[in-house]
Design a protein around this ligand. Structure first.
Ligand code: MIC
Ligand code: SF4
Length: 649
């Protein structure tokens, strides 16, 4: 029987389990990378496990999310990440080197490998023909300490691409927006999307990476493209031709589903507030005034994206009343466009150049004004993520964004009367690795430097047999990790300080939450009620650690997003599912809920009878924990569990 690409890579890395959809499979991992905002916690956890040196072939510590250095905390984090990488045998990508996913694609991604990253957009590497999965920090830490990575084998869905894009006005971003519009933010849950078909050959690696990157917004485990001539050409251009292997699906390979996309009929698309799947054709919004345009992020900050933007801006002026912010994705991209004079074209048109980092994408500066319209070439437009609660954030391709910046309003880029030069992939990218610091062979003497804002990590007690706790919030569908644990410049400096960051949990939804949670903690703790797809979005495990710190015992929802569900388990919070969805509606904030005989239920039936003490009725919920997850929950989380295992060895 023919195999698909996903099966081939999983099989080559299989440590235990079968590749049977829905069952747990353990794989060995080739590469692990962290970024600063999730990385400090990851590395503190790695330290707490007590291993001398990372046990994966390649580990990289990036710095890209928080670069504001408002005070000592942020540079202290950078120094910690630098010294901890040196101490434990990881590469360090210095601040200024660029956004982790873009840099990883340029420097390390390789076909056929398995990579984990502590960031939900790690699937960017799928554009290079690798299985690249976003995970919580603790999962990454245990893998770096030598454990295989366990994943519930997803369904493999083929996206068969035919036709050719109507370049230059239609781009890879329009393809993924089209797919998001069709499949929604829940459409990829439990799936890996494997792209193929004649249309795939039309896309080069950076374009493929845009598509796999934003596949994260589908809720997919990851997305992947074949490794072919285009992959070889890109690897040769970045000086890594020897990393190339061919990867394609066998004839007769089987898929759970096949989705057809004809590239030639895709038009410029745009996601409207406040969800990446609220997609319409750009032309349907013609005439809408724009106040801010942001171009960059890990989705659209490649050399190709920047070149297209520069070519549109050349000789034009950013419309009066519009702020145009541009962040090239990496030092390599920035250096190349600067050398070619493209930065001059951007500056001359009035663009405000930002450093190579996440920047406004995670609310680190560049917030729009009150009630303003911001169009961004980014991947997420969740309410409030930009830093301005009442802003309307739209998502569109870098080409569309540049056109809107010049015109001051949304126009169909094809009708704007602007010139854009055709792109030819360079035969050689500028190669300068001076900001990537390799690890030394003997690093045992290196001192890890921790500033005063870097606090000890918190560990939960083992699971209690009886929980009686208060419902602190009842929430709707698609609650994001930005809702649970906001980003932005006021919050990110506390990513290494759990007591301090806990003050911000749910702060955009209910400013009294953290106070109420702390009060409830001494009276048995809190419970959260969610709808469908609870915890979609980022991999930030702070959305689980901080609630754990505030005494949250369980989240009862209709369904969970993959990474957040794992993070809840990793920090000992029970992810429970309603048996009957209508029960969610009956529960009110302030209700006290009681559960008994928990240890037996977790290890046995996984069917829990919850007594609503306030309203005097019982309802049923269940969990779908596999054997490993049961053990983790009973131990109070992955860290106590891993330490116990290591002591047993
Ligand atoms: C994001 O895009 O939301 C982030 C910021 O990159 C997160 C990680 C984080 O919160 O640090 C992600 O996508 O995982
Ligand atoms: Fe950074 Fe934004 Fe990409 Fe997250 S989505 S890694 S914040 S650029």
């Amino acid at each position: 029987m023919g195999k698909n690409i996903v099966e081939k890579i999983f099989e080559a890395h299989r440590a235990y389990g079968d590749l049977k959809q829905g069952t747990p499979v353990g794989v060995t991992v080739d590469q692990v990378y962290t970024q600063d905002a999730t990385g400090t916690m990851t590395w503190l956890q790695f330290e707490a496990i007590g291993i001398e040196r990372v046990k994966v072939p390649l580990a990289v510590s990036y710095v890209d999310h928080n670069m504001l250095q408002q005070n000592f905390m942020n540079p202290d984090d950078h120094l910690f990440l630098q010294t901890v990488a040196a101490r434990y045998g990881a590469y360090f990508s210095r601040p200024g080197n660029g956004i982790c996913h873009q840099v990883h694609l340029e420097q390390f991604a390789a076909p056929g490998k398995i990579a984990l990253g502590t960031d939900s957009h790690t699937p960017t590497g799928g554009g290079m023909g690798m299985i690249a999965i976003g995970v919580g920090g603790l999962d990454a830490a245990t893998v770096m300490a030598g454990s295989p990575f366990e994943v519930t084998m997803p369904k493999v869905v083929k996206i068969n691409l035919t036709g050719k894009l109507q370049r230059p006005w239609v781009t890879a971003m329009d393809v993924i927006l089209e797919i998001l519009g069709r499949l929604t933010v829940k459409g990829g849950v439990g799936k890996i999307f494997e792209y193929g078909g004649p249309g795939a050959k039309d896309l080069n690696v950076p374009e493929r990476a845009t598509i796999t990157n934003m596949g994260a917004e589908l809720g997919a485990t990851t997305s992947i493209f074949p490794s072919d001539k285009k992959t070889k050409a890109y690897l040769a251009a970045v000086g890594r031709e020897t990393d190339w292997i061919e990867l394609k699906a066998d004839k007769g390979a089987r898929y759970a589903e096949i989705i057809q996309i004809d590239l030639s009929v895709i038009e410029p698309m745009i996601a409207q507030p406040h969800s990446p799947d609220n997609v319409v054709p750009v032309k349907s919004l013609r005439g809408r005034k724009v106040d801010q345009v942001c171009i960059g992020s890990c989705t659209n900050s490649s050399y190709q994206a920047m070149k297209a933007v520069a070519s549109l801006l050349k000789g034009n002026t950013v419309a009066h009343g519009v702020n145009l912010l541009i962040n090239p994705g990496s030092k390599q991209v920035h250096e190349m466009i600067a050398k070619e004079g493209l930065t001059t074209d951007m500056i001359s048109a009035g663009a405000r150049m930002l450093e190579s980092s996440c920047g406004p994408c995670i609310g680190m500066g560049g917030a729009p004004g009150s009630g303003q319209v911001s169009v961004r070439s980014y991947n997420r437009n969740f309410k409030g993520r930009s830093g301005t609660k009442d802003a309307s954030v739209y998502l569109a391709s870098p080409v569309s964004c540049a056109v809107f910046a010049i015109k001051g309003e949304i126009v169909d880029p094809r009708e704007a009367g602007l010139h854009i030069s055709n792109f030819k992939e360079p035969k050689k990218y500028l190669i300068n690795r001076n900001f990537i610091v390799p690890p030394k062979d003997d690093s045992s003497g290196v001192a890890v430097i921790k500033g005063p804002n870097i606090r000890e990590i918190s560990v939960k007690d083992p699971l209690k047999d009886v929980i009686e706790a208060e419902v602190l919030l009842t929430l709707g569908d698609n609650i994001t990790t930005d809702d649970i644990m906001p980003g932005g410049s006021a919050v990110l400096p506390y990513r290494s300080n759990i007591p301090a960051i806990s003050e911000f949990v749910f702060s955009n939804i209910d400013s009294t939450f953290s106070k109420r949670a702390r009060e409830a903690k001494s009276a048995g703790g809190g419970i959260l009620i969610g709808g469908e797809n609870y915890g979609q979005g980022s991999s930030r495990e702070h959305a689980a650690i901080a609630p754990m710190f505030l005494g949250i015992q369980a989240v009862i929802a209709k369904s969970f997003a993959r990474i957040h569900r794992s993070n809840l388990i990793n920090f000992g919070i029970l992810p429970l599912l309603f048996r009957n969805a209508e029960d969610a509606e009956k529960i009110e904030r302030g209700d006290r809920l009681g559960m008994k005989d928990l240890k037996n239920t977790v290890t046995g039936s996984q069917s829990y009878h919850i007594y609503n003490i306030t309203k005097d009725y019982t309802f049923e919920v269940h969990s779908q924990l596999n054997e490993r997850e049961k053990e983790i929950i009973i131990s109070g989380g992955l860290l106590p569990n891993t330490k116990r295992h290591l002591q047993d060895i």
